[in-house]
Design a protein around this ligand. Structure first.
Ligand code: SF4
Ligand code: SF4
Length: 101
């Protein structure tokens, strides 16, 4: 859970935001599309080079794509600070302060 303190000083609970998301090792992606087909959250797209890209605001960290990737290109890891803020921004808009709990 994460708690957002708004500019007015009120606290809003964001609900579950998880703490783990998938990331792609570009050097190992074979552009097979398996991850995109499996992801129930629509979190995977492809960049201009055809390499898989995970949207950290949509990924729920379920690990399905990681297990299925034939190239072992997908990795489950904890959010970076920037990824966590991007997810919170997507949920609530610009956060002023964040308190994890
Ligand atoms: S399943 Fe793995 S190899 Fe296939 S597109 Fe996704 S990241 Fe690339
Ligand atoms: S970990 Fe789950 S939610 Fe995240 S991109 Fe992979 S299949 Fe989608």
């Amino acid at each position: 859970m994460a708690l957002i303190i708004t500019s007015s000083g009120s606290a809003r609970n964001t609900g579950p935001v998880g703490g783990v998301i998938a990331t792609v090792d570009r050097d190992h992606c074979t552009k097979c599309l398996t991850c995109m087909r499996l992801c129930a959250y629509g979190a995977i797209s492809f960049d201009g080079d055809g390499i898989a890209v995970v949207d950290p605001t949509s990924c729920q960290g379920c690990g399905l794509c990681v297990a299925a990737c034939p190239g072992a290109a997908l990795i489950l890891g904890h959010y970076t600070r920037e990824q966590m803020l991007a997810k919170i921004d997507a949920l609530l808009g610009e956060p002023e302060a964040i308190h994890a709990g």
